[in-house]
Write a protein that binds this ligand. Structure first.
Ligand SMILES: [Zn+2]
Ligand SMILES: [Zn+2]
Length: 337
């Protein structure tokens, strides 16, 4: 099979992913192999490919990145009874969990310390075939296309977790900072709570997209010369997906006393004034039930993943465009395109 293989991390401008022929993986007990139809391109893939998270991530080299995977079940390993050959399924970043720790049995399996991560500890979906844990492969409703479904498997579940933690009520106001692959979905989900969802982005194109997706208003961050800026203390909550420390300061500025900031990307929070009793909390991924909820929203037509498709052989180029901030919504790789 062909795959975009990371053999040695390096700057994406030097094309560290090697599109080449590698042995096709076979499923072990409890696993399935899947013919990949689409795989989303995540900023975390960019971090790993460029070596930002060495030496812990990836767990080993070479590795095939990619954790927003849609495909058809090709072969069943021993003991698999929940899937059949030909089923269309999705694989999310959580490849598997231990099923036994306090997080797994407490309804927060995504926090499991013994979790396997697709494309980081196990080979991922920048390939023609991937092996998945059958219990963590999720069937995809027929009404969703491959390329629209793929971004739901990391941005979708991530946005869902962030909006849940913002604890919005109808009529409240929320700012979503960063309108990229994740932010554009968080904006739509925040609006579904009945809250007034406002977008904040430096990019005029992203602000236009936000308005098309139903944002109440689209704003520029403070200090930006072009575009309106949200008033201090005007929002009940803020959700941050913009990869910049200034975005956290902006979020803390726009929320009311007692408000909450939900961080969906790793950032430095800086000095916080305790006098306003503001809360900052992190969010990452979600459970298999969260994933099912996200797919339900998309099937009902309440959620639209904006995507830009690339052939799998162009994985380096897709990541370059992500780094340059040139993508509209999510980049999705398509094998054989
Ligand atoms: Zn991701
Ligand atoms: Zn566990």
């Amino acid at each position: 099979m062909y795959a975009a293989v990371l053999r040695a991390p390096g700057p994406i401008e030097r094309q560290p992913l090697d599109y080449s022929e590698v042995p096709e993986p076979a499923p072990g007990p409890g696993e399935v192999s899947i013919s990949v139809l689409a795989c989303g391109v995540c900023r975390s893939n960019l971090h790993m490919v460029e070596g930002d998270w060495m030496p812990n991530t990836p767990a080993s080299l070479p590795i095939i990145p990619g954790h927003e995977v849609i495909g058809r079940v090709k072969a069943l390993g021993p003991g698999v009874s929940n899937l059949a050959i030909g089923d269309r399924v999705g694989v999310q970043p959580i490849w598997s969990t231990c099923g036994q720790c306090e997080h797994c049995i407490g309804g927060h399996e995504h926090r499991c310390r013994r979790r396997q991560i697709t494309g980081e500890t196990r080979d991922g979906g920048y390939a023609e075939v991937i092996v998945a844990h059958a219990a963590f492969a999720c069937k995809i409703p027929d009404s969703l296309s491959d390329t629209e479904a793929a971004p739901l498997f990391c941005p979708g579940i991530t946005a869902y977790g962030a909006v849940k933690k913002a604890m919005l009520r109808p009529g409240q106001s929320v700012a979503v900072l960063g309108i990229g692959g994740v932010g554009h979905l968080a904006l739509q989900m925040a609006a579904l709570t009945g809250a007034n969802a406002n977008a904040v982005s430096r990019s005029p194109e992203a602000r236009t997209l936000a308005e098309q997706l139903g944002a109440r208003g689209a704003y520029a961050p403070a200090g930006n010369d072009h575009g309106y800026v949200l008033r201090d203390g005007s929002q009940d909550a803020a959700i941050v997906f913009a990869p910049s420390d200034q975005a956290v300061a902006e979020a803390l500025r726009v929320i009311k006393p007692g408000g909450r900031v939900v961080l969906g990307v790793a950032q430095s929070v800086g000095a916080m004034d305790i006098g306003d009793e503001k809360t900052v909390l992190g969010t990452v991924l979600g459970t298999r039930q969260d994933m099912a909820d996200v797919l339900g929203l998309a099937v009902d037509g309440k959620l639209h993943a904006v995507h830009q498709d690339f052939p799998l052989s162009q994985a380096n180029q897709a990541l370059q465009q992500l780094k340059a901030g040139k993508l509209r919504g999510r980049a999705v790789l398509v094998p054989g395109a």
